[in-house]
Design a protein around this ligand. Structure first.
Ligand code: HMG
Ligand code: MG
Length: 316
């Protein structure tokens, strides 16, 4: 098989929760993270150092990474890798105050000008200039802290298929933004179908352009499941292009505050079930993962679980 080395990035604690109006206490967010870890999840996106006025749910991200840093000191052998979103210099400075709980930062760009404007209040060009400063600052931090492994930079491109404000996005435009992030030094670039409108057809067209600028092993698929196409789209990326990094969210939680109507990410349970069924090992224990999803649905006032696999497991 072309891609035996699957990497799942669990974005539930960040993407999954950021749009929830019910403010969830730090203890419950940590409980979710711990349950995901118990299921064997290693890569977790745990928070965002963005403006609390823009995304109130992420305002306690400092407390989350502070605690995760403490836990790591007690268990230095842990395989967990923690990511936080950082939109600007201010976010980086706050994040680095708790760097023991952070392995990588993710910068958030968009393929669409209108989405960039709404999401991070800047043009694509301006955002690249900001990210350049952020990355320079991070390099200085890494150089000054050579006793710990360097904090890495992941890049996001949102609206890779369509934008909620300006419609279809040309694959060449996506490739252009991917190239800009690559030039900034992102080790991995995650392609966000923010509104979940992509199909195997449009995803294939987009990926065909993108793999011309960045190889498959430096790409990730970040698909929202609004139209129920995510698993099919992931299969296209996996089988036809060899992309083996998949962002997903337990119980299919999520949505973007700047993409009204967009539903959650593809459910981690569904991705794991599909991959294991294909003979690809994820190292994730499905029943324990289902429990983690049930837990957070309970916390969210008994939200219906967005994972079909979880519903099947529970006989619902
Ligand atoms: P701005 O208004 O242009 O920033 O926002 P500003 O520099 O003018 O500052 C305005 C206020 O925000 C000031 O406070 C700053 O101090 C504060 P005030 O003086 O008004 O009290 N501020 C901050 N506070 C905390 N942390 C910070 C920070 N920066 C400024 N880092 C900004 C620019 C980027 C900050 C803003 O637009 C923002 O926070 N946007 C949030 C974006 C976001 O989190 N979106 C959701 C995540 S992206 C996503 O979900 C897509 C993804 O999943 C992929 C996909 O699905 O496609 C990744
Ligand atoms: Mg997203």
């Amino acid at each position: 098989y072309p891609c035996s080395d699957i990497k799942i990035v669990e974005v539930g604690p960040r993407d999954g929760l950021q749009n929830e109006t019910l403010l969830i206490p730090v203890e419950q967010k940590l409980q979710l993270i711990h349950r995901l870890q118990k299921a064997g999840i290693e890569n977790l996106e745990v928070g965002a150092f963005v403006s609390p006025k823009w995304v109130p749910q992420m305002a306690d991200s400092d407390k989350i990474v502070q605690q995760l840093g403490k836990e790591r000191r007690l268990d230095p052998g842990t395989k967990s890798k923690y990511t936080v979103l950082v939109p600007n210099q201010r976010g980086l400075e706050s994040a680095l105050e708790h760097h023991q709980g952070i392995d990588e930062i993710a910068i958030i760009a968009a393929a669409s000008e209108s989405f960039s404007q709404r999401n991070i209040n800047s043009t694509i060009q301006e955002s690249m200039e900001r990210f350049k400063d952020v990355i320079q600052h991070l390099k200085d931090f890494n150089d000054a802290n050579d006793t710990r492994s360097p904090v890495r930079v992941r890049g996001y491109v949102s609206t890779v298929i369509a934008c909620p404000y300006q419609g279809s996005i040309a694959p060449t435009q996506v490739a252009k933004v991917v190239e800009l992030l690559r030039d900034l030094g992102c080790y991995e670039i995650s392609l966000g179908d923010t509104t979940g409108v992509g199909t195997p057809g449009t995803v294939k067209n987009m990926l065909q352009e993108v793999v011309n600028v960045v190889p498959a092993d430096q790409l990730a698929m970040h698909f929202h499941d609004t139209y129920g196409q995510s698993l099919a789209n992931i299969l296209v990326g996996l089988e036809q292009f060899g992309i083996h990094t998949i962002d997903s969210s337990v119980a299919g939680l999520g949505g973007c505050p700047y993409a009204e109507g967009a539903s959650g990410n593809v459910a981690t349970e569904d991705v794991v079930y599909m991959l294991e069924g294909m003979g690809l090992s994820t190292g994730i224990n499905l029943p324990t993962l289902v429990e983690a999803g049930e837990y957070i649905c309970q916390v969210l006032n008994n939200r219906r679980n967005g994972s079909k696999v979880a519903l099947a497991y529970k006989g619902k």
